[in-house]
Design a protein. Structure first.
Length: 205
């Protein structure tokens, strides 16, 4: 009689899979407050810049000081970056809280225009994507969230999700995300799934 095969656990048991969740405005506020209170100047600047610009990690982590400052050394309210994935130029915004955080970080770190913006302590090279990912999970824990459900894409999706929820305008979301296709934007934001859930909740049987 053949031996029974051992029962194998599903590959995704205990793991968070699928699209990573964006942060809510309330969660963003909590994380900002804690980063500020703990004096994490670089991390606060990185967190704010990631949310405002909606840049992919490959573009965010390779920013240099000169990319976000003018010839006087002041942080600008918008800048243009070339996206590594598409090679297309894309204009992004830096709101007041991001500009203030960046100015504090630049003053404390004494960075020069040609320096990378977000570097590890004592190193001239930008922080790695792995390091960035670990920071995001740490920030999620600040807001008492499950770190497994959050990744670097959570920051990229945060503002775009809020924009879509408030306006329903996918074209605006496409532009601020720097996507070529509005279909990609819908998929990225999980719009079809969200609409299906909304309809399902509205039907009582």
């Amino acid at each position: 009689m053949p031996k029974a095969k051992p029962i194998q656990s599903p590959w995704n048991k205990g793991k968070a899979v699928g699209q990573k969740a964006p942060f809510t405005p309330e969660q963003v506020y909590i994380i900002r407050q804690l980063l500020h209170a703990e004096g994490h100047l670089r991390d606060l600047a990185l967190f704010n810049t990631a949310i405002d610009t909606l840049l992919r990690a490959s573009d965010l982590l390779t920013l240099k000081v000169e990319d976000v400052t003018d010839h006087h050394g002041s942080v600008v309210d918008e800048c243009t970056v070339r996206q590594h994935k598409t090679q297309a130029t894309h204009t992004v915004l830096l709101l007041e809280h991001s500009r203030r955080a960046l100015e504090s970080w630049l003053t404390a770190s004494r960075k020069q225009p040609w320096d990378y913006l977000f570097t590890a302590q004592g190193k001239p090279t930008p922080i790695s994507r792995v390091h960035y990912s670990k920071l995001v999970k740490k920030w999620a824990s600040y807001a008492r969230l499950d770190p497994r459900k959050y990744s670097t894409h959570s920051l990229r999706r945060t503002k775009s999700s809020v924009v879509y929820e408030r306006t329903g305008n996918l074209e605006v979301c496409r532009q601020i995300l720097g996507h070529h296709s509005i279909a990609n934007t819908a998929l990225y934001l999980g719009v079809d799934k969200r609409q299906a859930l909304h309809v399902a909740k509205a039907i009582l049987i």
